[in-house]
Design a protein around this ligand. Structure first.
Ligand SMILES: *Cc1c(COP(=O)(O)O)cnc(C)c1O
Ligand code: SF4
Length: 372
């Protein structure tokens, strides 16, 4: 069992010791996993491995949903389908490490390291490499933000921004906050899930100086919601930080309605509001996680109405090539029938919504049976 409180044994804060005790080679993995370490050399040479002792402790059995997210799989080098940069982040990158795809907001990479290297990561081509983020790329990114007045929202990402030291984070956040046109700062981080010990009272005290600041975290399975994760989220929420969650739909991990429903309920109980449920990106070396598009829609249809709207994420695909995120919805509208619009509710029953003149969309609702 892990506890968040630091016992003070050894040197430095607990989270750094957990990082330094991480498993980074297949040989280091527990014998009970019966890993063919030699067979995984190619995989870890291409895509780095890191599993810290906390996240490892969440694995109950070989092949379970936690195991699948962090243990390298031979499939990663066998199936060559998919894209190195599935969202074409580099194509929309005016300076290295910053992607400006949407009119009013940017994605800004400020760290190359993560507490665990997730096998499904869509940036697996570059996470864990020191060339991913440099002092120079951060300076250039800040200068780009300063000179583009249309940017009102910054999403910090990486790697994991919360693996930076408090003072490095403080510096970057101070620079961003000094830009008058930046309204919102968001931090995308998996640390509350994969290394909750990082969320110390000191970290929360740093972050709360930079409001309005949001954290978008990333839980994929109910087993990740432990007392430690819960305390980490409490510290952040008590510092006034609204918390959202970006879950990825992953085969063999959470491609199942009861699992997602329980995850959404547990997230709300630790004060995290579901934000996105992503279709897995078509990144190279991740095809063993891909799920049918129908699956995500089925899951959404099984949540909507059956549980609170607070539990509903947006089910989104991020278009390959850089078209951005698009939310997909189960189809509830059947079409116009006379002076009413026929809509099915969550239970499948057909309901009539009277179409008074004011309610028509330019008189162009399709007839029942026609496509919207
Ligand atoms: C996801 C993303 C954002 C943020 O999108 P929201 O829908 O506002 O959360 C911004 N820029 C890039 C490049 C992204 O991929
Ligand atoms: S924490 Fe995020 S960026 Fe890091 S490996 Fe996992 S998915 Fe990728």
């Amino acid at each position: 069992m892990f506890v968040l409180e630091d016992t003070g044994e050894g040197k430095g804060p607990l989270w750094k010791r957990l990082i330094s005790q991480s498993m980074t080679t297949p040989e280091a993995l527990p014998e009970s996993f019966e890993i063919d370490a030699a067979g995984l050399q190619d995989v870890v040479a291409r895509y780095p491995m890191r599993i810290n002792p906390y996240y490892l402790s969440l694995i109950k059995t070989k092949g379970d949903p936690i195991y699948r997210q962090c243990i390298p799989d031979p499939q990663e080098v066998i199936d060559q389908r998919g894209f190195d940069d599935p969202l074409n982040e580099e194509g929309h990158s005016p300076v290295p490490g910053l992607t400006h795809r949407y009119p009013d907001r940017v994605l800004f990479l400020v760290s190359s390291r993560c507490a665990v290297y997730c096998r499904f990561c869509n940036r697996k081509r570059k996470v864990g490499r020191s060339s991913m983020v440099t002092g120079e790329s951060i300076r250039e990114g800040l200068s780009y933000i300063r000179s583009h007045r249309e940017i009102r929202d910054i999403l910090l990402s990486g790697g994991d921004p919360l693996l930076l030291e408090n003072k490095e984070l403080y510096h970057i956040l101070t620079e961003i906050r000094s830009v008058p046109h930046v309204e919102i700062i968001r931090i995308g981080t998996r640390v509350p899930c994969t290394l909750p010990q990082r969320v110390t009272p000191q970290l929360a005290a740093v972050l709360r100086k930079f409001h309005p600041l949001y954290i978008l975290t990333h839980f994929n399975h109910p087993d990740e919601i432990t007392p430690d994760a819960s305390l980490a989220c409490k510290r952040l929420a008590d510092a006034g930080i609204p918390l959202g969650c970006q879950t990825v739909l992953l085969k063999g991990v959470n491609d199942d309605l009861p699992v997602i429903k329980q995850l959404m309920h547990k997230l709300l109980s630790i004060r995290v509001r579901p934000y996105y449920l992503f279709q897995s990106d078509l990144a190279k070396a991740t095809s063993h996680f891909w799920t049918p598009l129908r699956k995500g829609l089925e899951i959404m249809a099984g949540l909507q109405g059956y549980t609170s709207g607070l539990c509903l994420p947006h089910f989104a695909i991020d278009l390959p090539g850089g078209g951005g995120k698009v939310s997909l919805l189960p189809q509830y509208v059947e079409g116009v029938d006379g002076d009413g619009l026929l809509i099915r509710n969550y239970l499948g029953g057909e309901h009539r919504y009277p179409l008074y003149e004011e309610l028509e969309l330019n008189g162009r609702w399709p007839k029942k049976g026609e496509k919207l």
